[in-house]
Design a protein around this ligand. Structure first.
Ligand SMILES: C[S@@+](CC[C@H](N)C(=O)[O-])C[C@H]1O[C@@H](n2cnc3c(N)ncnc32)[C@H](O)[C@@H]1O
Length: 270
């Protein structure tokens, strides 16, 4: 951990943020990163604290509330008894992003199409994964998930243990050094997260795409607001993607689904 980049140990405000119940579910690296950014940007400690709390609130948002996490664990206990798709669907409904791909038949059709274009991956790195590794693992894909949400990570690992499937997740902030594994995967997923990363640090979406080691990179963007409105996001993100394809990749496939825009980016041959 780089102290200059991620906040100094012994900084009372950092200690306060790290110890706050409000952020107990958030990856500590994220708290250190946000505090370091804000401290560098604001002269007055009070302004830096206010900015850090606002930023953390925005990042940790409402993708998975404590109530949803509890509901997910209950669905997981039911699923363990009969391994039925109804309980799998109930688990995926607990995170805003996987919920938007339901019903399960729709999720199956989507990933069936994407993975046929990405070359049927046996190993998948799911970056900023939410609960999506649960779906992948339930369908037999070896998934490694990374997220800043301790709840999401705990649920994915609980599922892997319950199901006896080779999936795992760990707390990691994609904007912190060393978060992205060096290991090579068949496919890497960056679903509905690039705009969030850009908001956290300009230029970081490209930096993350470049750093990932995978044959295929699947990225997606939301095309509707959380309230379901169409405000031109598909066009906006199509234009963004057109000028943000990493140099070592090319667009192999584009899919505009009901509320999500997907791209499969393949590696360019040298
Ligand atoms: C919109 S959700 C997408 C979840 C999942 N990719 C999906 O589409 O099902 C965004 C996720 O990114 C995570 N996240 C936000 N900023 C992050 C960061 N800097 N590093 C890692 N994960 C992050 C959030 O905790 C949340 O689970």
């Amino acid at each position: 951990m780089d102290n200059a980049e991620n906040g100094r140990a012994g900084d009372p405000m950092l200690e306060k943020l790290l110890g706050s119940r409000k952020y107990q579910d958030v990856c500590p690296d994220t708290i250190r990163r946000v505090w370091a950014d804000c401290r560098a940007r604001y002269k007055k400690p009070r302004d830096a604290e206010r900015a850090a709390r606002t930023a953390l609130h925005g990042i940790t948002g409402a993708f998975l509330t404590p109530e949803e996490a509890a509901r997910c664990r209950r669905a997981m206990a039911r699923w363990a008894a009969d391994r039925g798709d109804a309980d799998l669907e109930a688990m995926l409904a607990c995170h805003a992003s996987t919920r938007e791909r339901l019903p399960l038949s729709h999720t199956d059709a989507l990933f069936g199409e994407l993975f046929s274009r990405a070359g049927a991956p046996a190993t998948v790195l799911d970056l900023a994964c939410g609960l999506n590794p649960i779906y992948l693992a339930a369908r037999g894909v070896r998934a490694v998930g990374l997220d800043i949400s301790g709840q999401a990570v705990g649920i994915v690992n609980g599922f892997a243990e319950t199901a006896g499937v080779p999936a795992s997740a760990r707390c990691a902030d994609l904007l912190c050094a060393g978060a992205i594994p060096e290991e090579r995967f068949d496919a890497a997923l960056l679903l509905k997260v690039l705009p969030l990363l850009e908001r956290q640090r300009a230029g970081s979406a490209m930096a993350v795409m470049v750093r990932v080691s995978a044959r295929a990179l699947v990225v997606s963007f939301p095309t509707r607001t959380l309230g379901g409105r169409d405000v031109g996001m598909a066009r906006h993100y199509s234009e963004w993607m057109a000028v943000h394809v990493p140099e070592n990749r090319a667009i192999a496939f584009r899919l505009e689904a009901e509320n999500e825009l997907f791209y499969v980016l393949e590696e360019r041959r040298a």
